[in-house]
Design a protein around this ligand. Structure first.
Ligand code: TYD
Length: 207
């Protein structure tokens, strides 16, 4: 049996990640693959509880370090309880956000620097995605797209913070060109979906 693969989606608010994840899932299932969809923070009972704490807008006194540790803790649980076993049994695991989110939001956005990678190294236990799709939307435009919703604690952070997050992602894309595929999110949905499925099939065929 083939080993599974781990694919992640990244990007700022309003980039259309969920739409693309849904389309990729449908396509892979129609081709007969076993797919597991996850989101971060979340994906296990414990991680979902941590998610509630992190995103609760009443938790305005949460320090940036606490925030970084909580994301890493939710991730550690998800990796051990779900991601690693699923990859080992041959599934395609697709996760809406993973460690790159902590690098973009906590390391660059909150300006916590290297401590974020240090704690996450322990959290992920060597499990990294083989392919990461970074849907690029101008932070200003992304925020406009979500402006009608009831915003959570992260979405309520300043425009400067969200600009740093975006610049952080651009930096990560440069640092990991073999893994991170940046895609402009202002293209037609079908165009983006085709770019994504082609890359995934290529990866699966070359396992
Ligand atoms: P979610 O509602 O899942 O956002 P989205 O639909 O944009 O993916 O909320 C997750 C929020 O948490 C989002 O604002 C990004 C942020 N986040 C971090 O700051 N660090 C992380 O490590 C992760 C996984 C998410």
């Amino acid at each position: 049996m083939d080993k599974g693969i781990f694919i992640t989606f990244e990007g700022g608010d309003g980039a259309g990640k969920s739409t693309q994840i849904g389309l990729l899932n449908d396509e892979l299932i129609s081709r007969g693959y076993d797919v597991l969809l996850l989101r971060e923070p979340g994906g296990t009972a414990i991680s979902e509880k941590i998610r509630e704490i992190i995103l609760d807008k009443d938790n305005s006194e949460m320090t940036y370090k606490t925030e970084a540790f909580l994301y890493a803790a939710a991730r550690a649980q998800l990796v051990e309880e779900v991601i690693e076993p699923a990859i080992n049994k041959g599934s395609i695991v697709i996760c809406d956000r993973f460690v790159d989110s902590s690098m973009a939001y906590q390391s660059y956005g909150r300006e916590l620097g290297d401590m974020v990678w240090d704690i996450n190294r322990y959290a992920i236990s060597g499990i990294m995605p083989e392919l990461t799709f970074f849907l690029k939307v101008d932070p200003e435009k992304g925020r406009k797209r979500i402006s009608g919703r009831d915003l959570d604690r992260m979405e309520l952070a300043s425009a400067e913070f969200h600009n740093r997050v975006f610049d952080g992602y651009l930096e990560l894309e440069k640092l990991h060109p073999d893994r991170i595929v940046g895609i402009k999110a202002d293209q037609p949905i079908e165009t983006i979906a085709t770019i994504i499925i082609d890359k995934v099939i290529d990866k699966l065929d070359n396992r």
